[in-house]
Design a binder for this molecule. Structure first.
Ligand code: NAD
Ligand code: APR
Length: 235
């Protein structure tokens, strides 16, 4: 069975059934907000209050939702899998860790953290952020921003992800449209390493041809079923 070195990439689709909207589906976040206003450094420089309000709203929403069966199945897989396991998420919510995942990289940052632009320290942050918030480390005023990666910024831990992809033999993408690089290029990196590549998505569209296998269905059904197959050695 392939899968002694496993890398899993998740996107907004895995949290959809917990009640968090995806970005590019018809009812998605980018249908309601202009990405340039709320997810770019330029948007933050233009109107910090608007950007804070967007992420404050998302942070409050995150505390009101729960991990679903897909998050829980991945935490179980990590616990019972015999080889190397790395979970990379593009999501900024904390549902993977609340489900019990440990070896987890938030490549696009985390809603539950604030980054100080003065001392460059990331701190846990559960309340609303505003231009009046001050850094708990250096006490600078008005320098905190959500610790999330905006368009045009460098995603986190790319070196560690690249290293895992270069020796992975099973790569699984779950609930992501594959529209945003560098995450959208991980499947090619895994293929170059000789990995079997699997997509789990509600509807496998556009980038599906890059995978050796696709399984359609809601994440809360497709992911637990896939985890059962992997752990039974028939994946
Ligand atoms: P991006 O703007 O999301 O930036 C990706 C960042 O990752 C860049 O800063 C780049 O330096 C960095 N990066 C890339 N490869 C890396 C690596 N191997 N290691 C470390 N860092 C790396 O990327 P993009 O490709 O410009 O945009 C992605 C998608 O987002 C596009 O396909 C586009 O559709 C969408 N987008 C849409 C809008 C819009 O207005 N609708 C605006 C920007 C981007
Ligand atoms: N189960 C499985 N997949 C689902 C479900 C579900 N219940 N609901 C939606 N999906 C799938 C959709 O078919 C789509 O392919 O989830 C995917 C969501 O895609 P996007 O909205 O583009 O989200 P994502 O791929 O995570 O976006 C990447 O874009 O704006 C940025 O930084 C943001 O991290 C995000 C990045």
């Amino acid at each position: 069975m392939p899968g002694s070195n496993l890398v899993i990439l998740t996107g907004a689709g895995i949290s959809a059934e917990s009640g968090i909207a995806t970005f590019r589906d018809s009812d998605g976040v980018w249908a309601k907000y202009d990405l340039q206003d709320v997810a770019t450094p330029q948007g933050f420089a233009r109107d910090p209050a608007k950007v804070h309000e967007f992420y404050n709203m998302r942070r409050r929403q995150m505390s009101e939702v729960m991990p679903n069966a897909a998050h829980i199945a991945l935490a179980r897989l990590e616990l019972e899998f015999s080889g190397d396991f790395l979970l990379v998420t593009q999501n900024i919510d904390d549902l993977h860790e609340r489900a019990g995942s440990k070896n987890l990289i938030h490549m696009h940052g985390e809603l539950r953290r604030a980054l100080c632009q003065e001392c460059d320290t990331s701190s846990l942050w559960h309340d609303d952020l505003s231009a009046l918030s001050h850094c708990p480390v250096c006490s600078a005023d008005g320098q905190l921003r959500p610790d999330v990666v905006w368009f045009g910024e460098m995603p986190y831990q790319m070196e560690r992800i690249g290293e895992a992809l270069s020796r992975c033999d099973l790569f699984v993408a779950i609930g992501t449209s594959g529209s945003v690089y560098p995450a959208a290029g991980f499947v090619e990196e895994a293929r170059s390493a000789g990995a079997c590549t699997v997509e789990l998505n509600l509807k496998c569209a556009g980038w599906a041809s890059r995978f050796s296998e696709q399984h359609e269905g809601p994440a809360t059904e497709a992911v637990p079923a896939f985890v059962e197959r992997i752990l039974a050695g028939t994946g």
